[in-house]
Design a protein around this ligand. Sequence first.
Ligand code: NAD
Length: 328
Amino acid sequence: MLKVGLIGAGFMGAMHANCYKNLEGVELCAIADIRSEKAKELAEGTSAQLFGDGKELIANADLDIIDICLPTCLHAEYTALAMEKVKYVFVEKPVTLTSAESDMLLEKQRETGAFVQVGQVIRFWDEYVKLREIVESGIYGKIVNANFRRISPTPTWGWKDWLRTPELSGGAAQDLHIHDIDYALSLFGKPERLASVRNIVGEKNSYINTIMQYKDFPVTVEGTWFLPGTHPFEATFRVVFEKATVEKTADSFILYTDEGATPISIEKEELAVSGTAAGNISDLGGYYNELKYFTDCAKLGTPVEKATLSDAADSIKFLLEKELMASI
Ligand SMILES: NC(=O)c1ccc[n+]([C@@H]2O[C@H](COP(=O)([O-])OP(=O)(O)OC[C@H]3O[C@@H](n4cnc5c(N)ncnc54)[C@H](O)[C@@H]3O)[C@@H](O)[C@H]2O)c1
């Protein structure tokens, strides 16, 4: 049984806990949150040991894996400590607040030999996985243009409102836009040229639009979290190929050709749910897929090769450098 310690029992910690409860051969053994009621809530149905500060968990629990779901401003410090303790560390995105912190973690990884996966979950989300297969197959010819969009109501749930404090989260550019930037980089590589604009009025840094010019096609990426609470969260894309267009909307995933519009089916893995959670695995989406991959690596003792620390560090550096270039 793989022993997991979870640090941070807020919004994302709850999602991860649910995934672990549904994964076979995995036991949620320790949970830390400075808000004890949050840790207690997630421990329901498990015999997890409870801790306050994440450092107490790292120092005292007997674990194979540490998963860090803390506010971004704490990622660097706790990830470095976790790497000293266990071989497998998962840390939520964005990996760090600054490029220097990412460099520090890469150095720590060289020292410890720990395997680190970062929660760039889009790389594991079914429609985005399928899109990658389509792009790599070349079946519909060359790409003509691509658009990725992620729009959300203002995130008001964060502990002490850390998400809406740009010094702690990096704002929408770093917290939200990073998903699609990381995915685009993983699919197309670095662009030849780029430009990026952001809002100054409203909640500063809550809207960002980036255009990346590749040799043969442009990619546009739009993100905002300055929508009213009544607006639904939407993550969508449209990729135009020479012979077809693939489009994911909020509730459809369709291949358009001159001959017709065909829904693209996703083959869902048949999952034997034997864990302690009652939740529906399909509701856990890419979060389940990424943690399944991560825990499978840990069970087999193999290196983490997807959404690695190095990948995430490259993406955050790209984003931060791009932001500097975009100082309008
Ligand atoms: N992959 C995604 O789609 C996705 C979505 C949302 C959030 N995230 C990321 O997940 C991470 C956590 O975000 P969240 O929305 O869960 O925030 P949150 O505020 O809901 O949860 C953070 C938790 O950390 C706890 N905490 C703070 N300091 C602590 C410490 N020293 N020791 C132990 N616990 C401590 C807080 O009490 C809180 O419960 C962030 O990096 C965020 O960017 C990722």
